[in-house]
Design a protein. Structure first.
Lengths: 253, 284
C-alpha cells in the first residue's frame, strides 16, 4: 500500500519526462585559483541513472556538490524543471562519501531519516502525521523497519547506504546525488544497491552517482558522464561502452 | 547533621544553585560532546581567571557581576582570538589556543592575589558553592533559562549543523551563526558554573554528563535531557555528600560525575567494557 502512495507522487515524472529535465549548463567550479570543474554541459531527466566516471581528482564529487548546492559555481547554471536552481532545491538529496560522515554521532536510523523532514517542517513545526508517515514509508520501502532504533554505526555498509537513501525518500527528493555509493560494499550488498537504484529510477527519480569501476557501469547505469576536470564525453551506456571510455583515457590529453 | 543543614536557608540556596547549574551545564554538555573539542573548552575555562582579575582590577570592586563580566569577556576574547590567529593558517587553532590560554591563565594567577580587594584565588579556581548568594543564584538561573530556551528553539538547525555542516549550509541553515551561537552559549555556561566548581573544574561539569549519557543511549535528544538530569542530580548529591565526607563541594561534584562516567564506561549494557557483547556488527 505504502509503495503505491510513493508511486503516485512520482507518476508525473514517468509520463512527462520533458518537465523533469535536469540541465547542467556550462558549470565551472574553482577552489581559490584551482579549476576543479570546467564548463560541464549535459542534460538528463527523471527515470535515468547517470554515472560520473573519471580519474581521482577529476571533479566527480565537485560536480555532485555543485548540483547539490554545497559548493558555489564560478560559472554556469543548473536548471531543474525549467527553472534555475540558485542555491538548493528540496527536491535534491545529496549522499556524502562514507568517510565524510560522522558515524559516531549519537543518532538512530530513524533519527537520521527524520532529518529528511526538516526542510518541510522548518525549525520549529512539530512532526505531523504526514511527516511520521513519510518517515515510516521511507523506512519500510528500504527494509529498515527492524533497524530503525540502531545507531548508524551499527549497520552494515549496505544498510548505511539505505539509511541515507531513506532520508532522501523522506525528504521527497526527486534527484538523488550519490558520492561513490558502491565503495566499500561487498558483492551482495552492491547487487542489492544496484537493484534499489534501478527501482528508484523506475519510480521516476533521477539518480546521479560517481563511480570508479568502469566495468560495472553498463549494468548499473543508463548514462555516463566521463569527466577529467573538463567533460570528456556524455552519452548512454550503449554508445559509451567501457572499451570506448578506456580508449578516450588512453589518448593523450 | 544533614537534616539540620537542609533546613538552613543558606544550604537550600546552595542546593538550588547546584541543581540549576548542574542541569544547565549537563544539558549543554550534549553540544560539547557533539562538537568533539572538549579540550578547547578546558582552555577557555582557564582564561576566565585573568578575566576575573581584570574585572576586579578595572572596577576596583569585588562583586559577582564584575567577576562574571570579566570572565565572559576574557573567554570570548581568547576563544575568538584563537580562531582569528588560526585563520592565518600558519598556526593551528589548537596551538594558538594553548599558547593564549596558558599565558592568560598565568597572568591571572599572578595578578589576582595582588588585588587590594580581599579575594581568594582558590575560590575562583575550584569554586565555593556554599558561599553562593542571591546574585549568584539569579545569574545561574538567568543563564540557564537563556541556554535552555535558545537551544530548544534552535535544536534542529543546531544539530544539522553539527552533524553535516555542508549539507546544513546548502539547506539554508546559517551554519556560521549556529557555530558562534554554540560558542557564545558555551561561554555563558562556563561563567554560570564558576561559582559552583571554579574555572579549573568547570569543564568537568560541561563535558562529563553527556559523555556519560552517550555510553548509555543512541538517542540524540537523550544526550541533552539525560545530561541535564545527571548534571543536576549529580551536583545536588555531591553537595550533600561532600560535608559528611569532608570534601569541598566543587571537587566533589566533578569527582561524582567522573565516577558515574567510569561506571557507565564499564557497565553500560550496550557499550560497557565489562559487559559481554552481542554479535557486534561493525561497519565495513
Amino acid at each position: 500500500m505504502k509503495e503505491e502512495t510513493e508511486h503516485a507522487s512520482h507518476d508525473c515524472c514517468a509520463h512527462h519526462t520533458h518537465h523533469h529535465e535536469l540541465v547542467i549548463d556550462g558549470v565551472s567550479v574553482t577552489y581559490r585559483d584551482i579549476v576543479a570543474l570546467d564548463r560541464v554541459q549535459m542534460a538528463t531527466s527523471c527515470g535515468n541513472r547517470v554515472a560520473l566516471i573519471g580519474p581521482n581528482g577529476a571533479g566527480k564529487s565537485t560536480l555532485l556538490k555543485a548540483i547539490a548546492g554545497l559548493v558555489p559555481k564560478s560559472a554556469g547554471e543548473i536548471r531543474w524543471r525549467g527553472t534555475s536552481v540558485k542555491k538548493w532545491s528540496r527536491e535534491f538529496a545529496y549522499l556524502p562519501q562514507r568517510e565524510e560522515i560522522d558515524w559516531s554521532f549519537p543518532i538512530t536510523v530513524r533519527g537520521l531519516v527524520e532529518m529528511g523532514r526538516y526542510p518541510q517542517t522548518g525549525w520549529w513545526r512539530k512532526f505531523s502525521k504526514e511527516d511520521t508517515a513519510a518517515v515510516d514509508t521511507a523506512l519500510e520501502s528500504l527494509n529498515l523497519g527492524d533497524l530503525q532504533d540502531r545507531q548508524i554505526r551499527e549497520l552494515s555498509g549496505g544498510q548505511q547506504q539505505r539509511a541515507f537513501l531513506a532520508r532522501a525518500l523522506a525528504q521527497e527528493a526527486h534527484v538523488l546525488l550519490l558520492d561513490e555509493p558502491f565503495t566499500g560494499l561487498d558483492r551482495n550488498a552492491a547487487l542489492l544497491l544496484g537493484d534499489l537504484l534501478a527501482k528508484l529510477a523506475e519510480e521516476g527519480r533521477l539518480v546521479i552517482a560517481s563511480h570508479h569501476d568502469m566495468a560495472t557501469v553498463p549494468a548499473l547505469f543508463d548514462e555516463v558522464l566521463v569527466l577529467n576536470t573538463q567533460q570528456v564525453a556524455f552519452g548512454s551506456v550503449d554508445q559509451l561502452t567501457p572499451e570506448l571510455i578506456l580508449e578516450t583515457f588512453a589518448m593523450p590529453a | 547533621m544533614i537534616q539540620e543543614l537542609l533546613s538552613s536557608p543558606f544550604y537550600q540556596r546552595t542546593l538550588a544553585a547546584a541543581a540549576f547549574i548542574g542541569f544547565t551545564n549537563g544539558f549543554f554538555s550534549g553540544f560539547v560532546v557533539l562538537r568533539k573539542n572538549a579540550l578547547s573548552v578546558s582552555a577557555l575555562s582557564h582564561t576566565m581567571l585573568p578575566g576575573i582579575a581584570l574585572g576586579i582590577l578595572v572596577t576596583g570592586v569585588l562583586s559577582q557581576w564584575n567577576a562574571f563580566f570579566g570572565a565572559m569577556f576574557a573567554a570570548l576574547l581568547v576563544g575568538l582570538g584563537s580562531v582569528a590567529v588560526s585563520r592565518g593558517k600558519r598556526v593551528a587553532e589548537g596551538t594558538s589556543l594553548a599558547v593564549l590560554y596558558t599565558a592568560a591563565f598565568a597572568a591571572g594567577v599572578a595578578i589576582l592575589p595582588k588585588l587590594e580587594t580581599r579575594t581568594e584565588l582558590e575560590h575562583w579556581l575550584f569554586g565555593d558553592i556554599l558561599a553562593v548568594g542571591n546574585t549568584d543564584l539569579w545569574i545561574a538561573f538567568s543563564i540557564g533559562s537563556v541556554i535552555l530556551l535558545v537551544t530548544n528553539l534552535l535544536m534542529r538547525p543546531l544539530l544539522v549543523t553539527l552533524f553535516e555542516p555542508n549539507v546544513a549550509a546548502a539547506q539554508g541553515v546559517p551554519t556560521r551563526l549556529m557555530q558562534y551561537l554554540i560558542f557564545g552559549m558555551l561561554v555563558l555556561a562556563l561563567v554560570a558554573s564558576l561559582q559552583a566548581v571554579g574555572c579549573v573544574l568547570s569543564v568537568g561539569l560541561l563535558v562529563t554528563p553527556a559523555a556519560t549519557v552517550s555510553l548509555l543511549t543512541d538517542k540524540t535528544s537523550a544526550l541533552f535531557w539525560g545530561g541535564g538530569l545527571i548534571g543536576g542530580l549529580g551536583s545536588v548529591a555531591a553537595v550533600i555528600l561532600s560535608s559528611p565526607l569532608g570534601i569541598s563541594p566543587g571537587p566533589a561534584i566533578v569527582i561524582l560525575l567522573g565516577i558515574l562516567f567510569i561506571l557507565a564506561y564499564l557497565f553500560s549494557p550496550k557499550y560497557g567494557l565489562l559487559v559481554p557483547k552481542m554479535i557486534s556488527k561493525k561497519h565495513s
